[in-house]
Each structure stands twice: as C-alpha cells, then as structure tokens.
Design a protein around this ligand. Structure first.
Ligand code: MN
Length: 338
C-alpha cells in the first residue's frame, strides 16, 4: 500500500469533484470495507437513504459478511454481497467506495474493482490505501467517514431525516469510541449536535451498539483479559485469542470488535495489540495513544489504517507474528523517543 497525498482541506477540489460526480449520477453502488464496522455501514446506509430520498437509485454492498448485531442496526437498506457485484457495478453509473481505499480491505473485489476505475469515487479518512480512482476525497483529519458523508449530503442538499442522522451518528460515535478518542474534534461534535437535534436518542443508540452483548461474548472477554501480556515496562499490552477460545465460548470472530481498546484502561499502556486466530490467517488490531504510529507499524506487515488505530493480517503462526510485532513495536517506540 502507498501513502496517497491529496489536498485534505474541506471545500477543496477533491471534495468538489466528489460532490459533482454524485450530483450528476442517476444510479450508484455504495461499497464499504470487508469486516465492516459502524462507520462503514452507517456511512453507507446514510448516503444510500439520502440518495433515494433525492430520487436516485442506490445499492449497497459489502464484500463479505456483515456482523449480525450491526445488520439489525443498519437494516434500512438491503446489503448485497460479492456475487452481486458485477451485475450492480455494470448497472450503476457510479461506484462510491466508503471508509477505505485499500484493496486489502476489499477482499473478493480486489481482482475486479480495477476494471471499473472510471466509475469509482472514494470517500475515506484513512491515510493508507491504493490509487483506486482519480476522484478521491481522502480527509485524514475527519474523525469518521460518517462526518464526511454528512458534509457531502449537506452540500448536495439531499434530504436529512432522523433515520439518516441516526446512521451518521452510529458512524461517528463508534469511530470516536463514543467521543472519547483523540480524533474527536469540534467538527465532529458540531455534526453530532446537529444530527442529535433531528430527533435521535443517543442513549438508545448506545444501548443498541454497546449494551446488547450475548453472555458468550463476556466469556470471551474474560479470556482476553485473563491472558493479557505486558512488555516494555507495561507500555505494550498484547492480547491473543485462539481458535479454541472461540470454540469453547461459542463466539464468532466478529465479536472481538472494540476489545482491543480494553487494554488502554491501564495507565502505563501506550499501545495495545489484539491478535486473533481466524480460520486461515491471523488478524491483528493495533491501538496507540500518542508515541507510536501503529499505521506505520502495521504497514511493515502489509497492513495499515490510522496513526492511532490500525489493522493487519498474517499467515505466520500466532506466536511468531506476536514475537515479530513486539520487536517491531519496541523499535518504533525507541525511534519515537529520539
Ligand atoms: Mn472509519
């Protein structure tokens, strides 16, 4: 993956170009990343609903499974899968890729998406990715893709109602850890205030997203916390979950979402890693406070993301990738102190 440098300020050429493409398109296919989160799904649903309210045809697609609990939250638009991609991509005038511009995040689409380059528009806030289109608004200062989608909808003058606002709030609130993470800024808070005023109950949204766990997930969490390891004077916390942990607790890989953040409750912890053994590969979530850029760290292993939140995958055995990551983190931390 390469660093894409584009003009990042609001109201710039990239923003205008995206708005222009959306203005003239009569039909669009909206796509977010595989293993979708609240930001990807919320952004996609909000734009899809606003586009339909503006009289346009819009479809949504995820290249892979949608977690069950998020499916319930974002059920206002039917989400297509990989099998429908070619048909929808051929039929639609525009393909909008939201909350990613990395081929590695598009899974089964990585091979074919390049054939549709002329139709593609990117709306993303990640620093790492691939040059999938010439029309790309990539604003790494945006707290969530949902913030950007809200600004696009406003600029287009498309209708904004309470359900659309709720989808955007789900996007912004989950990507900021309910307004706790360092990416929470005035731009985000102003948007959150405006959307809440449209009649969204934030407490109900919180309950739906964060207080609807199954008991099984708590059992998985207990294993995760019990097995937490510390390195470098407890500045690095490493958590791992193996296949057997999921089998014995009756949980799914998708239920580990947000668990990596638990380690940041500890005062000394500068970075946290969650290493998950999936079916055919290892998935790692990385979080950091200030010193270490985990997007760069993940980049050493073919991953990417944001400075303080990143992800990567590996086919190495779990103990080997853990060893390599701990060593790489130590180096990155030392460098950050110079
Ligand atoms: Mn996001």
């Amino acid at each position: 993956m390469s660093e894409v440098s584009l003009d990042n300020s609001r109201g710039d050429k990239a923003f205008d170009a995206v708005v222009q493409r959306l203005t003239v398109a009569g039909s669009m296919l909206l796509i977010t990343h595989a293993r979708p989160d609240g930001d990807g799904l919320g952004s996609m649903q909000a734009l899809a609903c606003a586009a339909r309210a503006a009289g346009k045809v819009s479809h949504t697609l995820v290249p892979g499974d949608v977690p069950e609990r998020l499916k319930l939250l974002f059920d206002r638009t039917q989400i297509a899968g990989l099998d429908d991609f070619a048909k929808l991509a051929d039929a639609c005038e525009l393909i909008v890729i939201i909350d990613t511009h990395a081929l590695a995040q598009l899974d089964g689409l990585a091979e074919t998406i390049g054939n549709y380059r002329e139709k593609i528009v990117i709306i993303d806030h990640h620093s790492t990715g691939d040059p999938l289109s010439d029309t790309a608004w990539i604003d790494t200062s945006a707290a969530a893709a949902g913030i950007m989608i809200g600004e696009v909808i406003d600029e287009l003058g498309w209708p904004m109602d309470a359900p659309i606002a709720e989808a955007l709030l789900a996007a912004a609130m989950t990507d900021t850890g309910w307004l706790r993470f360092a990416n929470t800024d005035g731009r985000c808070l102003r948007a959150v205030a405006r959307w809440t005023d449209l009649g969204v109950r934030l407490d109900m949204l919180y309950r739906k997203i964060y207080q609807s766990d199954r008991p099984e997930r708590m059992a998985l969490m207990a294993r995760l916390l019990g097995g937490m390891e510390f390195y470098f004077d407890s500045q690095l916390a490493v958590m791992s979950l193996r296949g057997i942990d999921f089998e014995q607790t009756g949980t799914l890989r998708s239920e580990t979402e947000n668990m990596v953040n638990e380690a940041l409750r500890i005062g000394t912890v500068e970075s946290a890693l969650l290493i998950v053994e999936a079916e055919d590969q290892i998935r790692v979530s990385l979080r950091s406070r200030d010193e270490v850029d985990v997007a760069k760290l993940a980049g050493q292993f073919g991953g990417g993301g944001h400075r303080r939140a990143a992800g990567m995958r590996s086919t190495l055995p779990i103990d080997e990738i853990k060893k390599q990551l701990v060593t790489a983190w130590g180096k990155a931390f030392d460098e950050s102190q110079n």
